[in-house]
Write a protein that binds this ligand. Structure first.
Ligand code: SF4
Length: 285
């Protein structure tokens, strides 16, 4: 299954090269006009849509409550670790009422593998209590209500709104911020400013899927320390081409998850995911 994706990536790279010239042509462009920036940003989004037609949230969830809990747990850890932890958690506490009534120490033990487990347990019990007492046991679908819950910030709220309620939003996590700055879509570092600037480049209908595609690309190819530029299908559109490994063979070895033929982050990926499901807790040691 790992063979499929690089072939698709190579096809997209060739197509983008034909349309845009060499990677250096983007680097050479000194002052990019607003119109050119919008065009280039949207072209990158279209290329990413071809490379990752299966992009999706990488947390396992079956309802808004599970997504909210999983997103809170994902702070300072990987989605994989969260996905390996939540099956036991949701088996023990399937509803906000159950979690609100949880014994804190028992809950802490279950979520311990995600780190910061005392603070996270406090947030989970607090948000479950608020959902039970203030929202009739249902996760609210408005940003102002979501951010009023303990441990829930704008990023978490956008993840829940975009993926459990179908309300468009941009999720500025570490991957998203790094990539949009590499692409010179923004110079901002403050997540709220990044969010506003990127929202202005795209129609609202693209916001949620754009977030998934960019995060997929950051996890698989455009890594923080060693971006695999030589295996990157959007290299011809990227002003930071060359920041990472440009030798195609060496770059190919840096690819992660399905692009590198390895398991993904979800134990239960969507049916169109071309990679392998992640192993359960302990199975990846
Ligand atoms: S991998 Fe390299 S070429 Fe691709 S987006 Fe990242 S920095 Fe740009």
């Amino acid at each position: 299954m790992g063979e499929r994706a690089p072939a698709g990536a190579a096809k997209a790279a060739n197509k983008a090269k034909k349309e845009s010239g060499s990677p250096s042509s983007v680097k050479a462009a000194k002052q990019e006009s607003r119109t050119a920036l919008v065009r280039r940003a949207r072209r990158i989004n279209r290329e990413l849509a071809e490379v990752y037609p299966y992009a999706h949230p990488e947390l396992d969830f079956e309802n808004p409550f599970e997504l909210l809990v999983a997103t809170v747990l994902s702070a300072q850890t990987t989605d994989l670790r969260v996905n390996q932890t939540t099956p036991a958690l949701f088996a023990a506490y399937p509803t906000p009422e159950d979690m609100a009534a949880a014994d804190p120490e028992a809950l802490e033990q279950i979520i311990r593998p995600t780190g910061f487990f005392r603070a996270k347990a406090k947030s989970l019990i607090g948000l479950s209590t608020a959902i039970r007492d203030r929202f009739g046991g249902e996760v609210p679908g408005r940003i102002e209500d979501l951010v009023s819950l303990p441990g829930v910030g704008r990023k978490t709220a956008h993840v829940v709104l975009g993926n459990a309620f179908g309300r468009p939003g941009i999720t500025v996590d570490t991957h998203f911020g790094r990539l949009v700055r590499r692409w010179k879509w923004t110079e901002a570092t403050d997540p709220e400013k990044v969010e506003a600037e990127i929202c202005a480049l795209f129609p609202k209908s693209e916001w949620t899927m754009l977030s998934h595609r960019v995060i997929f690309h950051g996890r698989r190819i455009c890594h923080s320390r060693k971006p695999a530029c030589g295996a990157c299908p959007i290299a011809p559109l990227c002003p930071s081409y060359g920041e990472g490994e440009t030798d195609p063979e060496k770059a190919k070895k840096l690819l992660k998850y399905e692009k590198g033929g390895k398991p993904g982050q979800r134990l239960k990926p969507p049916p169109d995911y071309p990679g392998l499901p992640a192993p359960p807790l302990g199975g990846d040691a």
